[in-house]
Design a protein around this ligand. Structure first.
Ligand code: ARG
Length: 581
């Protein structure tokens, strides 16, 4: 199976569903095509949704404007669709404000935190390989981005009913462990190992790489040690395990801070006993060749460099382990889709991997995707977190939290739990920075920017949420969804309702494109609309809470719906929706 057709007939927006079904019945064009192509006209005076008539014009062999006008004449208005009209090739639909606000609010009240969720994925499994840092090195800022994107995708798919298996493919095997053991034996400082083991390991790692450049005997020794590790030498194995334990402790601190979990932590070494079988399988299929004493899968026919299976000395490689891992994962989870959330630098690797799986005859090779992302850099002041010649992610996050703490104590000195709030705001700022742009766009971390409470940031969204919470506290009652929505006459109230209506489709597109940014951008729009609305009306009668209790009720209900959607979106992105800040 695969997930390819899961989205086609999923129509989560009830109003677009009504429109597309009406157009489909008069035109004979499949509803999914219409639903998908409904657009927002540039000016809402023209309509709230528009459909370009080109495909229909082709079928009817008439000019698109003629078809648009004819079709507009035969579609009957509906309680929600006030007017059907045409402008040029577009068929336009104008919604009734009251009916729209009522429909969306009732929907959100009925579904609450499940609004936008679905069960289109029920019975299907998606494997997501994310984070996957390397043992004995500090987790890099690129691994953070993989972690944040992968975890968001996991929640997006879970929201749509898929079973998701998150895998941390730890880099815990490879010739570098021979080097590390050699370095440890020569230069390890036991006191440093006790005080800051990850840093000491990293020092050893850097030192041996430097020294080995001019000393062939170190290379040979390291290779020899790795060979003994592969053969199971107990002493070397014990050291290797020690290195893993040290690194994992460090990684887990970060995962706890960010609220990250995995269903499996099978790292590269997990596949050691499966490599021979995998290689033999490929050899039997006639896919391999010896080239300069190494065993490769030639891929020049596909304009790709060969995939390396075995080095001259017989040792396996990253790609060999990924092949075994993919096969094992399919056998174990029978996935419908597997995502590898890994930086753009590994594009070639994944092309080679997927092509080899396809050549080996695995039908599921088409369900493998490299969800790549751009580079992450640290800007200006963040450089100060360097220790040695690398950034320690934890330092960056801790500093962000400290700065958030300072901003918060200035803005709201009476907050009861400032440390907890600062931690959530700091983490929210870091997480959002990785999701604030499309995956393929590079990002630069800068404190000023990521902690700007008025900017395109996580804290801005958290603040918008907290502000609505405070409004509802002030109102004093939990809204129940019942209100006379015809009282909501402001254009901003209509815009907010239409924005809320879009949320489920945003979840859908975020999944279709593996792009959590769609949700980030949407939340910024929603929060922006709310804040304009909130700030625009200053006179006592126009404020959200006024003397008119019926009107207040309707407005609070709408605000409550905005809160539900902000919280849902923030949860999916991995950011805490704060009630006070
Ligand atoms: N550990 C690798 C690195 O840091 C990333 C692993 C990604 N996952 C995979 N199955 N290859 O570059």
């Amino acid at each position: 199976m695969s997930i390819d057709n899961d989205f086609k007939d999923y129509f989560p927006n009830p109003i677009k569903t009504i429109i597309s079904s009406a157009v489909s019945s008069v035109s004979g064009i499949p509803q999914s095509d219409i639903y998908q192509n409904l657009q927002e006209p540039p000016d809402s005076a023209i309509g709230d949704y528009g459909w370009p008539c080109f495909s229909l014009a082709k079928i009817k062999r008439k000019a698109p404007p003629v078809i648009a006008a004819e079709t507009a004449g035969i579609i009957k208005p509906h309680s929600i669709i006030e007017k059907v009209s045409s402008v040029g090739p577009y068929l336009n639909f104008t919604l009734n404000q009251k009916a729209t606000i009522q429909t969306v609010c009732e929907n959100i009240f009925a579904q609450n935190e499940k609004y936008g969720s679905a069960n289109i994925g029920s019975g299907k499994t998606i494997v997501i390989d994310y984070s996957s840092p390397n043992i004995a090195k500090p987790m890099g800022i690129g691994h953070l981005r993989s972690t944040v994107i992968g975890a968001a995708l996991k929640r997006i798919y879970q929201y749509l009913g898929y079973k998701v298996v998150g895998i941390n493919h730890l880099g815990d095997w490879g010739t570098q462990f021979g080097k590390l053991v050699a370095a440890y034996r020569r230069w390890a400082d036991q006191k440093a190992m006790d005080d800051d083991p990850i840093k000491e390991l990293y020092r050893l790692y850097v030192k041996i790489h430097e020294e080995a450049e001019n000393d062939q005997s170190l290379e040979d020794e390291s290779r020899e040690i790795f060979k003994r590790l592969e053969e199971g030498d107990p002493e070397i194995t014990a050291l290797w395990r020690k290195f893993i334990a040290i690194s994992k402790l460090e990684f887990n601190r970060l995962y706890n801070l960010l609220g990250i979990t995995f269903e499996s932590e099978a790292g590269e070494s997990f596949y050691n006993d499966k490599l021979e079988h995998t290689v033999k399988f490929l050899e039997d299929k006639g896919l391999t060749k010896i080239s300069r004493e190494a065993l490769i899968v030639p891929l020049d026919e596909f304009k790709l460099e060969p995939l390396l299976l075995k080095k001259r000395d017989g040792s396996s490689l990253y790609g060999t382990r990924d092949l075994a891992a993919a096969i094992y994962r399919y056998e174990t989870y029978k996935f419908d889709l597997i995502l590898y959330v890994v930086g753009v630098a590994q594009t070639l690797h994944f092309k080679q991997l997927f092509k080899t799986l396809e050549l080996a005859g695995f039908e599921w090779a088409k369900d493998c995707r490299h969800v790549s992302f751009g580079w992450v850099t640290l800007g200006g002041e963040m450089m100060a977190t360097r220790r040695g010649n690398i950034f320690f992610l934890e330092d960056v996050i801790e500093q962000t939290i400290a700065r958030a703490r300072a901003i918060i104590s200035q803005g709201n000195p009476d907050l009861e739990n400032p440390d907890e709030v600062a931690r959530k705001v700091g983490v929210g700022a870091v997480v959002f920075s990785d999701l604030a742009v499309r995956r393929d766009t590079d990002v630069s971390f800068e404190w000023e920017r990521m902690l700007d409470f008025d900017g395109q940031t996580g804290p801005y969204l958290q603040y918008a949420h907290a502000r609505i919470c405070s409004l509802i506290r002030k109102y004093g009652k939990e809204p129940d969804g019942r209100a006379d929505y015809s009282m909501l006459k402001f254009p901003e109230e209509f815009s907010l309702a239409k924005k809320l209506l879009e949320y489920p489709d945003k979840i859908k597109s975020a999944a279709e494109l593996n792009e959590p940014y769609i949700i980030s951008a949407y939340l910024l729009d929603l929060a922006g609309l709310f804040s304009t609305y909130f700030q625009k009306y200053k006179s006592p009668a126009d404020k959200i809470i006024s003397d008119n209790s019926e009107l207040t009720k309707a407005r609070i209900n709408l605000a409550w719906c905005v809160r539900v959607v902000l919280k849902s979106g923030l949860d999916i992105l991995g950011i805490d929706a704060l009630e006070k800040m």
